[in-house]
Ligand binder design. Sequence first.
Ligand code: ZN
Length: 196
Amino acid sequence: MAKLYFRYGAMGSSKTANALMVEYNYHERGKKALLAKPSTDNRDGERIVKSRIGLEKECVLTEELVKYSDEELKKYDCVIVDEAQFCSKEQVEFFTRIVDELEIPVICYGLRTDFKNELFEGSMWLLAWADEIEEIKTVCWCTKAAKCNARFDKNGIIREGAQVAIGGNSSYIALCRKHMKEGNLGPTITEMLKEL
Ligand SMILES: [Zn+2]
């Protein structure tokens, strides 16, 4: 039976590399997986899923995917969605339709929460509706599990602003909840910021 999967993890937990590996595994077995991502994620140009370790692959936008006919969707054995936190409620609803009516599995990768530690829209509906929810683990600088995504710039942690920062010079780091609350980015980054 096909399922809707939500595989979430903090920044730097290799979600995109995982997504690309699953796509490759389908390909290797002579099956077709459709890669998609929301247009909100525009870091790497329009229609490319790209991981930090350099793997990349062309994809479609989830805004286009929702317009696919059943016939077009049935050409695929699986749908893989990267940066799924940026999906709308309607798009996640469409994923449930692909699973339930066409029996095609949909595997979504994304962040659970934003830099204010609040759910993204896509993540909220995936947590509500996914059949399987799995965490891709990563660690804080203190070696505890990192569940939070801190935004920071040369002045340290940022607590205010839009959920999706367009442009600007801010970066992200995964932290445990305690260090997120304290705004403690760890010795390495703190030292680096001092030198700027
Ligand atoms: Zn920590």
